[in-house]
Design a protein around this ligand. Structure first.
Ligand code: AHR
Length: 498
């Protein structure tokens, strides 16, 4: 099977915002307690944070972490999580039917984020709370001093403001499962008013309004339009969330789901631009795809969790090799619209539908999906390039014309490097790729990394890292032509440098 492509440094999609490689930590399951924080663990630092986990997060070069939820945030009193730990209340978390101890709160999480070199994308509660709690949190975090909330932060031991730039106005407010679920008009109004107050406290912040929880929501499209009618002048982003799963054991159809993600992105761009036209606005609203991943393996196990337990194993999907391929394709989908998708968060980061897993008291280890995410984050900084691709295609149960070759390239002018990310979705055939790279004169192949496996259901476990990339790919450049064989069902990273 053959595919061709032409790559040119002038075919620019757009500058990639580093925040496209963001992730997410929610107070849910063992993400915080037993994940990033385990004071009795031999690897715990002086604050109780697991250093083995910190090291793995650093390998991913995560630039931004969304916090503290998720569904959790819609019932969260942020004030419960600041000040002396011994005085913090234990609360029922209605979103996940567990008990929240509040040992970790805003300040500790900001400390952890610093340790992993990440910024925080802070969500405010627009479920049970509203304008007042949100503006107070901005004042607590970002105001220097001389006011009630900023002085309280100083009293709590944090002299310097946290300077949090990116904020989410609630979470999935279109979903009936959300505490304080609202109609689009109700949410749009409260989001606009909250945004105004938050920006009056700190005009430098950027705000994300809630879009739909997924493309299948009955209110999808109308929700975005109505919310943006209310919030257009007060926010910078509209959010998107999506999770996929191979529930029908139909691999061809499963791998095609990145086309659904493409369609979702194009639709939300169109809706945002429709409201822009309606308002005759000069401002463009960008996209924050702040929850995306595969999520289905743990659905059954989660029905058996004892209610009101503290940090039970929840949403602990163990990812297969085929999941890593779809995650690779989803990263490609995000990069193909890097002109408008400026924030994205792989949901989530540790233990909960996560690339990093831990055992309580034991090891930290990497899931299959760790690798495409790491490759994109480490090598995918610069300008996304549109490639002219000609690939054989297939039809599946829900999709037609699915290209076997899924690809996007990233050019970094400063370091004079080009990285081609590519997935071969064919289940039996090698795909031989011929690419015209004459525009990159003097560039050679540095390495061709491949993630492949004979068993599509192969997983990694705490004591067995089975699915790992190798760099024995055969990509080569000769006379302005790149040739590479992409094995059947593989994730490829072809790195060129001058
Ligand atoms: O990421 C897990 C959950 O998925 C989040 O809490 C929620 O926002 C979404 O439904």
């Amino acid at each position: 099977m053959k595919a061709t492509m032409t790559l040119d440094k002038e075919f620019k999609i757009g500058e990639i915002d580093d925040r496209i490689y963001g992730s997410f930590i929610e107070h849910l399951g063992r993400a915080v307690y037993g994940g990033i924080y385990e004071p009795d663990h031999p690897e715990a630092d002086e604050q109780g944070f697991r250093q083995d986990v910190i090291e793995l997060v650093k390998q991913l070069k995560v630039p931004l972490v969304r916090y503290p939820g998720g569904n959790f945030v819609s019932g969260y009193n942020w004030e419960d999580g600041v000040g002396p730990v011994a005085e913090r209340p234990r609360r029922l978390d209605l979103a996940w039917r567990t008990t929240e101890t509040n040992e970790i709160g805003t300040n500790e999480f900001m400390d952890w984020a610093k340790k992993v070199n990440a910024e925080v994308n802070m969500a405010v509660n627009l479920g049970t709370r509203g304008i007042d709690a949100a503006r107070n949190l901005v004042e607590y975090c970002n105001h220097t001093s001389g006011s009630y909330w900023s002085d309280l932060r100083i009293k709590h031991g944090y002299k310097e403001p946290h300077k949090i730039k990116t904020w989410c106005l609630g979470n999935e407010m279109d979903g009936p499962w959300q505490i304080g679920h609202r109609t689009a008009d109700e949410y749009g109004r409260i989001a606009a008013e909250t945004a105004k107050a938050m920006k009056w406290v700190d005009p430098s912040i950027e705000l994300v309004a809630c879009g739909s929880s997924n493309r299948l929501m009955p209110t999808f499209a109308e929700w975005e339009a109505t919310v943006l009618e209310h919030t257009y002048d007060h926010v910078e982003f509209i959010s998107l969330h999506t999770y996929y799963g191979n529930r029908d054991e139909d691999l061809a159809n499963y791998l095609a789901q990145s086309l659904d993600m493409d369609q979702f992105i194009y639709s939300v761009i169109s809706i945002a631009d429709y409201i822009k036209a309606k308002k005759r606005s000069k401002k463009t609203i960008n996209l924050s795809f702040d929850e995306w991943n595969v999520w289905f393996h743990s659905n059954e196990a989660d029905k058996k969790i004892e209610p009101w337990s503290v940090a039970p194993p929840q949403l602990e999907d163990i990812y297969t090799f085929e999941d890593a391929l779809l995650v690779g394709s989803m990263l490609i989908s995000l990069l193909k619209r890097a002109d408008r998708v400026k924030i994205a968060c792989l949901a989530q980061l540790v233990n909960v539908i996560a690339p990093i897993m831990t055992e309580n008291g034991g090891q930290a280890w990497t899931q299959t999906i760790f690798y495409p995410y790491m490759h994109a984050s480490v090598f995918g900084r610069g300008v996304a390039l549109h490639a002219l691709v000609s690939s054989p295609k297939y039809d599946s149960k829900d999709f037609t014309d699915v290209p076997y070759l899924d690809t996007v390239s990233v050019y970094n002018e400063e370091s004079e490097t080009v990285t081609i990310f590519a997935v071969n979705k064919h289940q039996t055939d090698v795909l031989s790729l011929d690419a015209d790279v004459r525009s990159f004169e003097g560039y050679r192949v540095v390495e061709h990394i491949i993630l492949e496996h004979d068993e599509v259901k192969a997983t990694n476990q705490h004591n067995r890292t089975n699915v790992v990339p190798h760099n024995n790919g055969d990509a080569k450049v000769d006379g302005g032509k790149l040739e590479a064989n992409l094995p059947k069902l593989s994730w490829n990273v072809i790195r060129l440098a001058k």
